[in-house]
Design a protein around this ligand. Sequence first.
Ligand code: LLP
Length: 432
Amino acid sequence: MTDHAALSAGLPGAPQIAYRNGTLHLEQASLAALASDYGTPLFVYSKAAMLSALAAYQKGLAGRDAQICYAMKANSSLGVLQVFAEAGCGFDIVSGGELERVQAVGGDMRKVIFSGVGKTRAEMQQALAADIGCFNVESEAELDVLSEVALAMGRIAPVSIRVNPNVDPKTHPYISTGLKGNKFGVAHEEALRIYQHAASLKGLRVTGIDCHIGSQITDTTPYLDAMDRVLDLVASIEAAGIPIEHIDFGGGLGINYEQDTPPAADALWQALLARLDARGYGRKKLMIEPGRSLVGNAGVCLAEVLYLKPGEHKNFCIIDAAMNDLPRPAMYQAFHAIVPVVPRDGLPGMTCDVVGPVCESGDWIGRDRHLAVAPGDHVAVLSAGAYCMSMASNYNTRGRAAELLVDGLAVHLIRERESAADQMRTEKMVRR
Ligand code: LLP
C-alpha cells in the first residue's frame, strides 16, 4: 500500500475524502489550500459524494414508483438543496422556513412533504398556498385544524398520517422516534379510527401513510418490523374503504462515523422491497425521507489548532471550531473522527480531548484522541455533512462558519462566514 492509501484506509466517510501527496483532499480539492484560502472553521462538501449516496437509493428503488424526498433538516444550505433539486429529489420539510428554502432553489412543490408534530396554522396556509404534495399529519387534533384551514382557503389538503409502529431502532434515545412514549405519530392501535376520522373531514383527502422510526439506524431488522406493522395497517385501512395511494417509510439510515456498518441504501431497499412484494404491496407508490445518509459522509469541517494544553489529568487540543459549529458531540455524545489535514512525520503526538473555545465544559468535539499536531495545523472533523451546520448556533456570539461545495475541480462558496454585524442585524437597542 502506498503511504496515502495507508493513511486513507481508516477514514470513515465517502471515498471522495482521501489523502493524496500527504494532504487530505475532497475530490480534487486540497483541504489544506481551502483552509488557508477561506479560513476556518470551514465546512466543505463533495457534490459527487452526495450524488453517489443518492445513486445508491436510486439503484435500490429502480423500476419502482418511488419518490425520494431529501429530509433537509440534515443540511438545508441552499447550495446543498440545489444539488438534490437538480437531481430530481423532492424534500421533506418541517417548517415554513424550510418551505421557503425549497422555493428559493426552485424545488418542485408537488414533491414536498411537510412533517412535524407542531405545524402552525400559518405554516399550513403557506404550504397549501404553495400546493405541496402531502402533509404528514402527526395527531388527530392536527387533522381537525388542517381541515379547517384548508376549507377556509377553499382547498383540500392531501394528507398522510404518521403512525408510530412501536419498534426499537436501537439508536441513541434522542434520535429514536418510533417507540411508544415518543411524541411522534399516532399509536398503531388508534390509527384505523384516526384514518376514519380523517376520511370524514371535508378539507382533507387521505393519500398515504407514513412512518419514521429514528435516525442513525445501522440494522435492517427494525425497518422490516416497521414495514410489517405499517402494511398491517394499510390492509385494515383499505378494508375499511379508505384507499392508500402511497406508503412513506421515512428516513433514518445510518452512516459510518467510527466503526458503524449500516447496510448500503440499495441493499436495505432490496430487502425491504422483497418484503413489500411478498406481502403484495410492491406496486404501491413509495416515498422515502433520507437525510443523514445523503449528506453526512459528504462533508468535513476544517478547523485550526490554536493551542495545545498538556495537563496533569488530561491533555487538551484547542481548535477554532466549537460546539456551536459541531453540536453533535455535546448533544448526543456523538463520535466524529478528527484527522490532521497534513499529517506530520516524527511528531510523537499525544492523547487529548479536542475542544473548542466556547465557555462550557460540554464544548468538546472529540475525547481521548491520539493526535500529532502543532498550533497552526489544520484538522478535519469528518462525517460533518449532516446535522452540523443545520444545527449550528451563534452561542458566544460566534459567527456561523463558511461553507464550500466542491464539484470536481470547481470550488463554490455556498455560505459566507457570518460576521458579528450579521448577527446583530435584527436586534434593537432600547431607545433612551
Ligand atoms: N423524516 C422525519 C420525519 C424525521 O424526523 C427525520 C429526522 C428524517 C426523516 C431524516 O432522518 P435521517 O435520514 O437523517 O436519519 N440531530 C440528530 C438527528 C435528528 C433526526 C431527526 N429526524 C443527529 O444529529 O443525530
